[in-house]
Write a protein that binds this ligand. Structure first.
Ligand SMILES: [Zn+2]
Length: 560
């Protein structure tokens, strides 16, 4: 056994460590450790913030697991949303553990892994609710939940110290699209047997009442589809299989054919329908090349790009550069998704362009008819607490303020404040059969994915990108006669994103003088490195004095 374990005597305790999810909503990944066994729940991606220039996505930092790989027994996945599965293609070869998940979730994961040629790195085990799976010291039982994607589950994780319930995302929807409600009976049974801790989604802990049922959406789709004289376009997240089903149901009811547009949307729809999670009547689908052959009032287009992602099908249509599809006056477009914070500008720009092209757009600022959250509000969060009666509570998968509101909610139904453990990413919580304590912290950082690079863009590259984006760049090319250690001719000055060169002749001329003076002040030049530094600082100071801007200055010395 690992010496460290003996020393700290932690092998009789359960450790819980969020590697993401806490303090940022997305990038969900949680480590459970008991004795020499480790299981992981979820492996999601995060969305880059506006200051992460050029970064495609953020994934969890798994350095903590580097020397523990042989102890990872399994990865359990709660559901198929990107913020719970999206990091798998980048981490699965490092984790090398089998994945346990429900049927649809496995189908959606396989698409992502296949895209990156990582399918061979893991084995899948399909799980069923109300069954138990023994992996090492852990007994794990999936519990059926309603969320905004079918086949979502929580996991009850039992070790010798007791049972903890890890919810993943949930609400208590009495009329979900797939008819599968949250298994209140099983949660109650576990609660009466005794739950040591509840790790609960708390994203909507600020919202009173209950989240509306998914079923209201279908009625509202039907109203638009019935009355629209032209085409109806519906956009949502490409993983939102339930919403696709509702759009299909409403279209079938009013005699419309359906065209599904967008690569990930088509792939997800195909997988979900092959696995019988999406029911598409035969001959309903129309290829986008054939959309024009169908009368406008007989077609619904379900299209990817609800977040304004550049290059997405809807963004291309909004910019009038889609190969097959274009907006016609009279088209009705429904945004069946709220913009994720950070995407608002892109979404609004797209809505402006679609409106300009003559479409009528329904979006969240003018109507809340077409999107409901997949997360439970206060009354549902309380219901989960009263069913499971946990001794300790750990809010997960939300911002700090939402975890704090959740803590107040838990206290309002009698859970002592000291039994609610609010943590940031990297905290280590240790549970015994009757105690829970934050015992330490591991260091984590954001790992950026940019193109095919994973982790090669760090804080220094980002700092440079920030300067380039906000201040621009000035490159000074100095030609020197190496034999005589003398400047040859005038320095060349090139700039991008700083000033418009053609209209800044005076500034450029003065800059050239500053550079010449800077070099000549060195007398007979020996140390070119020192010259470069002096040119950089002299020119930066001069440009700041003249413009109050701090562009990146790069001197290039060419010897001839
Ligand atoms: Zn989700």
């Amino acid at each position: 056994m690992n010496e460290r374990f003996k020393d700290k005597n932690v092998n009789s305790k359960l450790r819980f460590i969020p590697l993401g999810g806490n303090g940022q909503v997305t990038k969900n990944m949680y480590v459970y450790e008991y004795g020499k066994d480790i299981i992981i729940i979820d492996c999601g991606m995060g969305f880059p913030s506006e200051i992460m220039y050029g970064v495609d996505m953020v994934i969890p930092d798994i350095s903590y697991l580097n020397d523990k790989r042989d102890r990872i027994r399994a990865i359990f996945i709660t559901h198929g949303h990107e913020d719970h599965i999206g990091a798998l293609p980048y981490l699965i070869d490092k984790l090398s553990a089998p994945i346990y998940a429900t049927k649809l979730t496995i189908g959606l994961m396989k698409i992502r892994l296949k895209e990156q040629n990582k399918l061979s790195f893991t084995k899948f085990h399909q799980v069923e609710p109300r069954r138990q799976y023994q992996v090492g010291n852990f007994k794990v039982e999936p519990i059926q939940l309603s969320h905004s994607i079918p086949d979502s589950v929580a996991y009850a994780v039992t070790t010798p110290v007791g049972t903890v319930i890890h919810t993943g995302d949930y609400k208590f929807d009495q009329t979900p699209v797939d008819g599968k409600t949250t298994d209140e009976a099983r949660l109650g049974e576990l609660g009466s047997k005794g739950v040591l801790a509840l790790m609960s989604d708390c994203l909507r802990s600020e919202k009173p009442g209950r989240t509306l049922s998914e079923s209201v959406i279908q009625e509202n789709f039907e109203k638009v589809i019935k009355s629209a004289k032209g085409r109806v376009l519906i956009t949502t997240f490409s993983s939102n299989v339930s919403r696709m089903q509702q759009a299909i149901n409403a279209s079938v009811k009013y005699g419309r054919k359906v065209c599904i547009v967008g690569r990930s949307m088509e792939q997800n729809a195909r997988t979900a329908s092959e696995l019988s999670y999406l029911s598409i009547p035969k001959d309903l689908l129309v290829k986008m090349e054939k959309v024009d052959k169908v009368p406008d009032k007989n077609i619904t287009i379900i299209i990817a790009g609800s977040q304004g992602q550049p290059g997405s099908a809807l963004a291309r249509i909004a910019n009038s550069d889609h190969q097959w599809l274009y907006i016609k006056a009279g088209d009705e477009i429904i945004f069946s998704a709220d913009p994720i914070p950070g995407n608002q500008d892109a979404v609004y720009e797209m809505i402006d362009n679609l409106s300009r092209l003559g479409a009528h757009v329904y979006y969240s600022d003018i109507t809340s008819d077409f999107h409901v959250s997949g997360h439970g509000a206060q009354e549902e969060l309380k219901l989960m607490l009263t069913l499971t009666k946990p001794r300790f509570v750990v809010p997960i998968s939300a911002m700090y303020r939402q975890m704090r509101q959740y803590s107040l909610l838990a206290q309002s139904i009698g859970i002592p404040q000291e039994n609610v453990l609010i943590t940031d990413e990297g905290a280590i919580i240790e549970f015994s059969h009757n105690s829970a304590k934050i015992v330490g912290e591991i260091e984590t950082t954001n790992i950026f994915v940019d193109g095919i690079g994973v982790g090669d863009v760090g804080s220094i590259v980002l700092r440079d990108r920030k300067v380039l984006a906000e201040e621009g760049i000035v490159v000074v090319i100095v030609t020197v006669d190496k034999a005589r250690n003398k400047l040859q001719g005038d320095p060349d000055i090139v700039s991008r994103g700083f000033v418009y060169m053609k209209e800044s002749e005076k500034l450029i001329k003065e800059s050239q003088d500053v550079v010449k003076k800077s070099i000549q002040s060195n007398g007979k030049i020996k140390n070119w490195l020192a010259v470069r530094e002096k040119v950089t600082s002299d020119l930066s100071r001069f440009l700041y004095k003249k413009t109050a801007r701090r562009p990146m200055v790069i001197p290039v010395i060419v010897g001839v």
